[in-house]
Design a protein around this ligand. Sequence first.
Ligand SMILES: Cc1cc2nc3c(=O)[nH]c(=O)nc-3n(C[C@H](O)[C@H](O)[C@H](O)COP(=O)(O)O)c2cc1C
Length: 181
Amino acid sequence: MRLVLMGGSLRPASFNARLLKHLAQELESRGHQVSAFMGEALRLPLYEDGLAPTSATLALHKALLEAQGLVIVSPEYNAGIPGHLKNAVDWLSTLKPSPWAGLPVLLSAASPGAFGGARGLMAWRATLANMGALALPEAITVPHADQQLDGGGAPTDPRTAAMVPKLLDGFLTLAGKLRQA
Ligand SMILES: Cc1cc2nc3c(=O)[nH]c(=O)nc-3n(C[C@H](O)[C@H](O)[C@H](O)COP(=O)(O)O)c2cc1C
């Protein structure tokens, strides 16, 4: 399958970017074709009516149109979606055809906090539902990410580590059923 991963913060040491790389490797090791968008690739101009999309915005749009599924790996900012990610989503929601309608999405988040970014994912769910994307009911969350992610972005807590393959496989099954290659 062709899959897109999108997320992380603009911080070079982003925990979410580290987790994203780990999830990308896990998906590649299952034989899937992965495109990752994070960091500077998501530093898009603020959306403005009438402003032409940049080549970076169009690249993300094209990748999503071709994808059978999207994995979002999002920091939580004030219980919501960080501005640069929401801005990217808003850009993509203005481009035709919509890449969001019927797109299977796996949500994930990492935070140094005790909730692992779970509250921010509620905001993601509202936005994704508004655009017609189909988020898996379960999500990967990594609490205490400053202590519980190894150098390669793999969760070290046994329960969280066990959740990753389970949810990736559930997501791949859903995406395979909803979207043909
Ligand atoms: C503006 C701002 C708001 C934040 N709000 C939350 C929050 O609501 N919940 C939370 O768990 N962490 C919050 N944090 C802490 C982030 O989870 C933490 O900075 C994390 O490392 C960001 O993800 P990253 O490592 O991928 O950059 C906030 C950080 C910033 C800068």
